[in-house]
Structures are given as structure tokens and as C-alpha cells.
Design a protein around this ligand. Structure first.
Ligand code: NAD
Length: 735
């Protein structure tokens, strides 16, 4: 069985069908590219063949490049990985250029065979790049079909000619949202964006594509850039209009990425330089930049975390052996902010929901939250009225615990209070089936303690969602000391059903995500107390790739919550509590009534409409700015090490069992500088020895919280990396 099939129909149309065996989605491998090459030769040489249609034998067209292939090429290339990747990329260009020229005479541009692409469903990455090399693209108007070039999302850019072709088709400006934001579009939006030419009914797809192939003339198949006098739409860089475009785009890219994402910069350079030279040279330039990005440790780390490891976790890499635990009916206790969100995502995934609160009114408000999200979707034409009715029809909002009698999973999301949670747990378990799995969404209370309210602690587990539930993709699953395998499998199967990404960690204070994010906030607040200018703190954080500075983050999550957590932590830790300096600032802010965004006043000032206006000037009056401000990198190192050392300690303590979860969880959970691939990815880029040296300097200057963990010192001594020591073979290869 091979990835592509070749048939010639009675009208003389050669159909090349992509249908990778044993895969639900076509992804391109090295061998498959060779196959396409051979079929093209065959079709072009066969006089009986009048034209070619490339299509897929599956519901969708293609998911992109098999990124494991790139890792393997590097692995096998010895000490010349860049050359091997360049040769591989140029070979791809050769094949797609052959497809695009389709036998046209180089001088007369005559005598070629038309090639259409018939796209039955979703197409991403190299699938779309193959389509762009064809002469005409037909896409089926299938409800869930999306097409785009999302490479930028994993730290790459379209490197199979897509960057050069698409920017030459529509101009640099119009190409920006597709190339730089990696947007996936529905068929109609794709037609507006010129990614496809025609959107047709699914059952007419092949007929329309063949019809076009049989009627196309030479003039229809010569790409604009292969015609005399071609000019880049919107102007090449030295054209006055093009000049404006490139200056603007460059500013926009740097503004958005803060310069930390090599792929965005390289993409722009490839478009800029490519626009100045003939097409084939432009492809060579694209290939150079593409390989430069592939060789950049940031890109490898992003591919590893955001593609390979994320996918592995979603497919159940850490699922214990247990029969299928697909959830049929979930009970959600507490219809507040979190409970309502959990009810919505469950119902949206086709799971029946019982949503319980103390009063019917509260339960109804929770259900109304789901309605609100669905209404927004309808406004944006993403949801239909039927879908809304269907989803809402699955949510039974009630005060009656009897309704839990046929639930196979219960998720508790009532107030963060051990007593209230215990009471609710007992009341629910009294009515639920004896084999129900019971999960708590607590963010701070130990799971093992809460499990005491259940007679069957092996069926008790933590499923920690992040807010807002419908937007945040990470779910942290926490095993209490007695949690059994079936409970873990149930939680993982549930997370798979609602299409989120799970990590599984062991029970300890603040689990994993909050454990790392709290020191980040605290370090920022501590710097305010020291007299570091708040703008320096915030900008240093953003320039190192954090989505929110620590002060903005605490405003968003609420300073009141910060005070509450600080008090509870101090009570638990006693004399060992290290954050007095932080508390002084936070408690003072709370006393001043500056509780964060919810009170329209915090580290930032807000206008009446709740818009963030500026850093609150009152801070400088109380905490006079130092005459000598620290260097930006010092501030960045403090902010990053505050987080990553906690991640290393979580690994040392056994809270984290798998560094892949540590990295994926950090990026998806709190936006840890995605360019780094996560805390462990970043430490591997730095190298253990350099990390230890930096820690020693920080500890001497700022205190023992920066002391390098023993594990890191040991790794520095042995010259080890995290992915070398704790990763799977595949991780190490991608690094
Ligand atoms: P919330 O105050 O918005 O909602 C709690 C809901 O529980 C309220 O509707 C309340 O009426 C209901 N409730 C209280 N006692 C009840 C009882 N005895 N029976 C039935 N319902 C009862 O709180 P929230 O922000 O949704 O948080 C809920 C849980 O989720 C907490 O454990 C919290 O720590 C956790 N959590 C919160 C966040 C967050 O960002 N807010 C994130 C992760 C986890």
C-alpha cells in the first residue's frame, strides 16, 4: 500500500489520489514525495493524458508535513544537518515546480498539461502548498473543512514554496494574515483570500475539477510569475507602495512577536528578498531561510512541544491501561464561572450534563452562560441555531442530586472551601452510581485531603480547568495519593472528548501550573518593592515572550485572590514562608481597594469602561524608583528562573512525571514563552552549566530562592540535557 495512487480515466485525466494507509489524515513523508514525482513524470510523458487532478481518498486533503520526517533527516545527516535539510527542501521545490510548469515549453510557455487540485476537506501546511503549485484549486463546501498555512503556530513558516507562491499571488500585505497568523479558513473565506479558486458542492468536486482540466488552455496554466513583465501585486520592496507595505509589515511583526520568534522574521525576509529576484531564485532564498529556522533551537523546541509532544499527550501517551472510559453523562456541581464553563464544553462535545447549584436560579444562570457563548458563535456564523438548541438541550440545570443517578463522571466546582466541598461530595456520591468517578476542580486544595469525603478514594481525582474554560486548552489532571488507574483513564478520556490537552501530575501544593506561575507574579511584585520601574518589569516580561507581564497578570486574576493565596500559604508554611516583601505590596494594594481589573484599579489604572490605560502612577510614590535600574536581561532572568526552577523542583519532587507535560502545560496553561518550547526546552537551549551559573549569580544577588536545584547541578556536571536524559528518543532527535 502506498501513499498515492495513480489512475487515468476514460477522458484522459490522470487522477493522483493521496490516501496514506493506516492514517486518518494524510501527512507528507519523504517516500510520498518521490511517488508524486514519479506519477508526474508518468502523466506528463503519457500522450493519452490530457491533464491531471490531484485529490485525496480521505474526508480531508492533508494535515501537512510529517514533522517527524524533519527530525529524522537531521538525525541521519551526521554533521551536515543543514545541508541535508536544504537538499530535502530543494527536492520538494523541484517536484512542485515540475507540477507547476507541467511540461510547458520554457521559451513559448506552450504545450503543458493542466493540473487541478480537488480538495474534499481540510488542508493544512504542505497540503495547501501542493495545492498552490497546481493551476486551479477546487474546494468542497464541506461544513467542517478548513484550509490554511498554519506553520507559524509551531515555529515554522511555509517552506515548500507556499511563502513565495502565495505572497506573489496576492501581494505581501494580503498574504500577511494567512502566512503570519496561520489562520485556517472555511472554504468561502479561502476563496476570498485566493487560497482556492472555486468552492463547489462536495459531490461535484471531482467532476468540476476534471471539467476544468479538460477545457483549460495554455494561457490558463501559466503562472503570473512565469509570464513576461510580471510585477508583484501591491509592489515589490523598492516600489513606493511596496516600500510602505514592507516597512509596515516589519513593524507589525516585531510589535507582535517582540522579535523572539525566528520564524516570523525569516518569513518576512524570504518574502522581501524573494520579491526582488526571479521565481526560482526566490524559492532558493525561501529554502535557505526555512532551513535557518529549522536549525534554530527555538523552532525545534516549539515543534517538539507544540506539535510532537502536544499530539502525543492528546493521544493518551500517559494513559494507564484501562478499558474505554468515554463519558456519557457528566454531573457538574456548582454552576459558577468554572462549573458553567465545564458544562458548556461537555455539552458542546456531545456529552449529557447535569448542572447542579444550590438554587434553581444559580443553575439557570450557569446554563445561560453556555447560551451566551453559543449566541456569540451564531453572531460570528460559527454556530447554527440547531446546534445551539442541541447543545442547550443536553444541559439539565437543576438543584436535585437525584439527577446524578446515571452519571459516570462528576466534576465538582463549588466554592474553594474544604467544608463545602466535603458536604457536596458526600451528597453527590449518595445519589450517584457506585462506580462513578468523582473529580474536583479545586485550584489550591490537596486532592488527597478532599478525597477523604469519598468512601472510594481510588475513584477520586483532580481535573483542574483554567479560566475561561471554553478558551483555555490545558487541563491539569491531578492524582491524589490513592487515585486509581481507572480514574486517570476516565479523566483523560473526558479531556479527549472535549478536545483539550491533558497533563497528569501528582498531588502537591498548587499542583504544577499554579506552582510555577505564582513565583512569576511574586518576582514581579517583589521588584516593584525594590524600586524597579514597573514599566521595565512589564516590558522585560513581554520582550522575553510572556503574553502578560506579572503585574498585568495579577490584575487580571485579582489581587484579592493573591492576598488569599498568600495568607493560606503563610499559614501552611509558618516560618519558612519566603514572600513577606511581596505581601507588603499586595496587602497594601488590597487595603487601598485596588483589587485588580475587577475593581477597575490595580497595578494598572483603568478608565470607566474598564480599559487598561497606564501603569498606576501611585506605585512610584510609595516605592521610589531606584536611581540605577537593572538591565533588561537581569529582569528577564529573574522572571524566567522564578518559573523554571519551580518546574525543575516539581520534576525532582515527582509532581511532574514527564517533562513533556511540564513544557506543554507551561505553554498552554500560562503562556510560558512559547518560543522556548517550555521551561525544560529553555533550559536545554541555555545548557545546564550556563543555567547553573546564572542561578548562582541570581542567588548571590537576590536570595536563595534562585539556588540551582541539585538535579540541575548534577546535569551540568554530567553535561546532560533534560530531553537527553528524560525525553523519549523522538524528543531528543527533534531537539
Ligand atoms: P464561583 O464562586 O464562580 O462558583 C461557585 C459556585 O458553586 C456558585 O455558583 C455557588 O452557588 C455554587 N455552590 C456553592 N456551594 C454549593 C453547594 N453546597 N451546592 C451546590 N452549589 C454550590 O467559583 P469558581 O470561580 O467557578 O470556582 C469554582 C471552583 O473552581 C473552585 O474550587 C476554584 O478554586 C476552582 N477554580 C477556579 C478557577 C478560576 O479561575 N476562577 C480556575 C480553576 C479552578
Amino acid at each position: 500500500m502506498s501513499d498515492f495512487h495513480y489512475d487515468v480515466d476514460s477522458d484522459g485525466v490522470a487522477v493522483i489520489t493521496w490516501d496514506a494507509p493506516d492514517k486518518s489524515m494524510n501527512t507528507l513523508t519523504r517516500e510520498a514525495m518521490e511517488l508524486v514525482d514519479g506519477f508526474l513524470d508518468k502523466a506528463l510523458a503519457d500522450e493519452a493524458v490530457k491533464g491531471i487532478v490531484i485529490t485525496s481518498g480521505k474526508k480531508d486533503f492533508a494535515g501537512g508535513m510529517d514533522l517527524n520526517v524533519l527530525a529524522r533527516i537531521r538525525e541521519e545527516s551526521g554533521d551536515q544537518p543543514a545541508q541535508a535539510l536544504f537538499d530535502f527542501t530543494m527536492n520538494g521545490h523541484r517536484v512542485l515546480r515540475k507540477l507547476e510548469r507541467a511540461g510547458l515549453d520554457p521559451k513559448t510557455n506552450k504545450g503543458g498539461k493542466p493540473v487541478a487540485c480537488a480538495i474534499p476537506g481540510t488542508s493544512a501546511g504542505i497540503g495547501t502548498e501542493i495545492a498552490l503549485a497546481c493551476h486551479r484549486r477546487f474546494m468542497a463546501d464541506a461544513p467542517k473543512a478548513r484550509i490554511g498555512l498554519p506553520e507559524i503556530m509551531v515555529g515554522l513558516f511555509p517552506g515548500a514554496g507556499g511563502t513565495t507562491r502565495y505572497s506573489r499571488m496576492v501581494g505581501a500585505m494580503a498574504a500577511s494574515p494567512v502566512l503570519l497568523e496561520g489562520k485556517m479558513m472555511d472554504p468561502k473565506a479561502a476563496r476570498s483570500a485566493s487560497l482556492v479558486d472555486e468552492v463547489v458542492a462536495p459531490d461535484e468536486l471531482m467532476a468540476k475539477a476534471k471539467e476544468w482540466v479538460l477545457s483549460a488552455k495554455d494561457a490558463d496554466i501559466v503562472k503570473p510569475w512565469d509570464q513576461k513583465g510580471w510585477k508583484m501585486p501591491g509592489g515589490a520592496p523598492y516600489h513606493p507602495q511596496g516600500f510602505m507595505t514592507f516597512v509596515g509589515a516589519s513593524a507589525m511583526v516585531n510589535g507582535k512577536t517582540q522579535g523572539v520568534y525566528p520564524a516570523a522574521k525569516a518569513l518576512l525576509s524570504a518574502v522581501y528578498e524573494g520579491a526582488l529576484v526571479p521565481f526560482d531564485t526566490a524559492l532558493r532564498i525561501e529554502a535557505r531561510y526555512f532551513v535557518g529556522v529549522l536549525m534554530n533551537p527555538s523552532s525545534s523546541a516549539m515543534i517538539r512541544s507544540l506539535f510532537l509532544n502536544k499530539t502525543a499527550l492528546e493521544k493518551g501517551a500517559n494513559r494507564p491501561e484501562a478499558p474505554d472510559q468515554t463519558v456519557r453523562k457528566v454531573g457538574v456541581l456548582g454552576a459558577g464561572m468554572m462549573g458553567a464553563g465545564i458544562a458548556y464544553v461537555s455539552a458542546n462535545a456531545g456529552i449529557d450534563v447535569v448542572l447542579i447549584d444550590q438554587k434553581q436560579e444559580a443553575a439557570d444562570t450557569g446554563k445561560a452562560h453556555a447560551e451566551g457563548i453559543l449566541d456569540k458563535g451564531i453572531k460570528r456564523k460559527k454556530v447554527t441555531e440547531e446546534k445551539k438548541a442541541e447543545v442547550l438541550g443536553r444541559i439539565n440545570a437543576t438543584t436535585e442530586y437525584e439527577a446524578l443517578s446515571d452519571c459516570d463522571l462528576i466534576v465538582e466546582a463549588v466554592f474553594e472551601d474544604t467544608g463545602v466541598k466535603a458536604e457536596v461530595t458526600k451528597a453527590a456520591l449518595a445519589k450517584a452510581p457506585s462506580d462513578v468517578i468523582f473529580a474536583t476542580n479545586t485550584s489550591t486544595l490537596p486532592i488527597t485531603e478532599l478525597a477523604k469525603a469519598a468512601d472510594t478514594p481510588d475513584q477520586f481525582i483532580g481535573i483542574h480547568f483554567f479560566s475561561p474554560v471554553d478558551k483555555m486548552n490545558l487541563v491539569e489532571i491531578i492524582k491524589g495519593r490513592q487515585t486509581g488507574d481507572r480514574a486517570v483513564a476516565k479523566a483523560l478520556d473526558f479531556v479527549r472528548q472535549i478536545r483539550k490537552t491533558p497533563i497528569v501530575v501528582n498531588d502537591a501544593r498548587f499542583f504544577y501550573a499554579n506552582r510555577c506561575i505564582i513565583p512569576y507574579i511574586n518576582e514581579g511584585v517583589r521588584m516593584v518593592k525594590e524600586g524597579v520601574t514597573p514599566a521595565l518589569i512589564e516590558n522585560a516580561a513581554k520582550q522575553v515572550g510572556m503574553p502578560l507581564g506579572p503585574l498585568q497578570l495579577v490584575d487580571e486574576t485579582s489581587i484579592e485572590l493573591g492576598v488569599k493565596i498568600a495568607k493560606a500559604t503563610r499559614a501552611a508554611m509558618g516560618d519558612a514562608y519566603p514572600d513577606e516583601a511581596v505581601d507588603e505590596v499586595l496587602f497594601w494594594m488590597a487595603d487601598e481597594g485596588r483589587l485588580g481589573r475587577k475593581s477597575n484599579a490595580g497595578f494598572y489604572a483603568y478608565d470607566e469602561a474598564g480599559k487598561r490605560v497606564e501603569l498606576w502612577p501611585g506605585l512610584a510614590e510609595r516605592y521610589a524608583p531606584l536611581d540605577d535600574q537593572p538591565a533588561v536581561t537581569d529582569v528577564q532572568h529573574r522572571l524566567l528562573f522564578a518559573q523554571v526552577l519551580e518546574a525543575v523542583r516539581a520534576l525532582e519532587d515527582g509532581v511532574l512525571e514527564d517533562i513533556r507535560e511540564g513544557d506543554v502545560g507551561a505553554i498552554l496553561g500560562w503562556g510560558f514563552a512559547p518560543w522556548s518550547g517550555g521551561p525544560f526546552g529553555w533550559l536545554d537551549i541555555l545548557g545546564a552549566q550556563r543555567a547553573v551559573d546564572l542561578c548562582d549569580g541570581l542567588a548571590a544577588a537576590h536570595g536563595p530562592r534562585f539556588t540551582a536545584p541539585d538535579l540541575l547541578r548534577e546535569m551540568a556536571r554530567k553535561g546532560e540535557t533534560f530531553y537527553g536524559r528524560f525525553g523519549t528518543g523522538q524528543d531528543a532527535a527533534a531537539a
